[in-house]
Design a protein around this ligand. Sequence first.
Ligand SMILES: [Zn+2]
Length: 214
Amino acid sequence: MEKVYRSIQKSVKDIAQKSYRNNLVAGTSGNVSFYDRDHEVMAITASNLDYEIMETEDIVLMKLDGEILYNRDIHKPSSEWQMHAEIYKGLENVNSVIHTHSPRATSFAVVHQDIPLILVEMLPFLGGDIPRAKFALPGTDALGKSAVAALQERNACLLENHGVVAVGSTVEQAYIRAVYVEDAATIYHYARQVGHPVIVSEKDQEKMKEKYKR
Ligand SMILES: [Zn+2]
């Protein structure tokens, strides 16, 4: 069956390596998945695998209940597979999830601060500000439920004391959103060094929402 999924596995692998090259993750942390809703198959990065040696065939195929369909006979799925599964169960329009520990955004997750809507790009790409998902233990479905609650009407959130989750309809879209999270966190961080960041006014937010709807 894995032959059918080669192109999906390849895009998951490519984006995982891109997130490593662009410093959104360090070591073997972070994970990427795509969910084929028609066949109910999730393609997800393997646990504890070096990004630099990762191959297309290393991407695990599994069901959302944990049943492994393909793992190259050696791999365990990412330790956060339950978080990914909960997001797919809870958010019907999401087909890809990326989890990073990108450092500037994660620093806001560590001090339990949301990133407010300080940049115009945040509205179309992220759906608004970047809220926090309440703390839950890593590797649990509770973490996924917490993320689902934060991702209502948003495309990305912070995981308290942990990192970032971004979602999309494709792996490329989820990735770009994860990049925008780190970009917004970086600019917000610098803006606080030079003065008091001004949040986009409610009135202008509403006008922009109307514009992007069209
Ligand atoms: Zn993590």
